[in-house]
Design a protein around this ligand. Structure first.
Ligand code: BTN
Length: 306
């Protein structure tokens, strides 16, 4: 019934009264009012005015109905602390492979290495729950595949020269547009779930954000639908998930890389190193050449272009 009410509102020319909708559905005005309240809780901007209810611009609402063919896998929260927290709870209680937890805004968004991820309205914040049939040592392929898919979305839809930065950031002209964070739960070598959180600056204001950031809206001079950005990403990422070739994914990542050959500073949990980023190996580790010519392989850390 809620969906039908939404359809009435979407296709109406002006406000629709609760009484009129109730008469069409064979229910009371109070029942309509309850369903309208539920739609509002789901994030639909339904306003009440003299002629009845009117739906304002809902292009940015990301609830499951808005993703035909993927409805059963989308979990939308207009606001939450962090999609990583929601996804962890869902994964522990058996959410299936491919579940997407998406939020309109986050009040405690998390970045890598214990940083905060500012998550105001206008950005896209989601976590994918994945149950890959891969040993722990090989799951990094999925993160690199996600960087490849998202950088292609940015190039194609915003026309911006997106480059990937090791390990999984996406930059345009050295300004960060996308960040990724992963959490893996494994028993021995067997991966139970991999939660991959992705934050995309879509229409949010990035002024003052450090390190330097940019949003798709700022880059292209127009607004984007977050729902569309998520859909386009899933269209590209899901087929890559089936790719068995780690070498193929790493080759695609290298083609889009902005890090290789550059002087970088790399922060790991234990130390900070400076050198030249020479390559990424087949496991996704950064191959860093230090000033004395020795080579280090770094599996986890953050990299800053110098
Ligand atoms: C980084 O670059 O430091 C990683 C940022 C990851 C942010 C995303 S937004 C969706 C998901 N929920 C979070 O709290 N963090 C990730």
């Amino acid at each position: 019934m809620r969906k039908t009410i939404l359809e009435f509102l979407k296709y109406a020319d002006g406000p629709v009264s609760g009484q009129a909708m109730g008469a069409r559905l064979g229910v009371s005005r109070t029942t309509v009012w309850k369903h309208v309240g539920a739609l509002r809780n789901m994030g639909y901007p339904v306003v009440s005015e003299s002629g009845g209810y009117r739906l304002e611009d809902s292009r940015d609402v990301m609830c499951a109905w808005e993703f035909p063919g993927r409805e059963d896998r989308i979990r939308y929260f207009p606001e939450t602390r962090s999609t990583m927290d929601e996804a962890r709870d869902l994964a522990r209680t058996g959410a299936p492979h491919g579940t997407v937890v998406v939020a309109g805004r986050q009040t405690a968004g998390r970045g890598r290495l214990d940083r905060q991820w500012i998550s105001d309205e206008g950005g896209l914040y989601f976590t994918l729950i994945l149950r890959p049939a891969l040993p722990l040592a090989e799951v990094s392929r999925i993160l690199f595949a996600a960087s490849v898919a998202m950088s292609d979305v940015i190039r194609e839809v915003a026309g911006a020269p997106a480059r990937v930065k090791w390990p999984n950031d996406i930059l345009v002209d050295d300004a960060k547009v996308v960040g990724m964070l992963s959490e893996v739960h494994a028993v021995g070598e067997t991966v139970e779930y991999l939660n991959l959180g992705i934050g995309v600056n879509v229409n949010n204001d990035t002024e003052g954000v450090e390190p330097r950031a940019a949003s798709l809206g700022e880059l292209a001079g127009r607004r984007f639908s977050r729902k569309d950005v998520l859909g386009w990403f899933l269209d590209r990422f899901e087929p890559l998930l089936e790719t068995r070739s780690q070498a193929g994914i790493m080759a695609a990542w290298r083609e889009r890389a902005g890090t290789l050959g550059r002087a970088v500073r790399v922060r790991t949990v234990r130390e900070t190193l400076e050198g030249i980023a020479r390559d990424v190996d087949e496991d996704g580790a950064l191959v860093l050449e230090l000033p004395d010519g020795t080579v280090r392989r770094i599996s986890y850390g953050d990299c800053f272009h110098r």
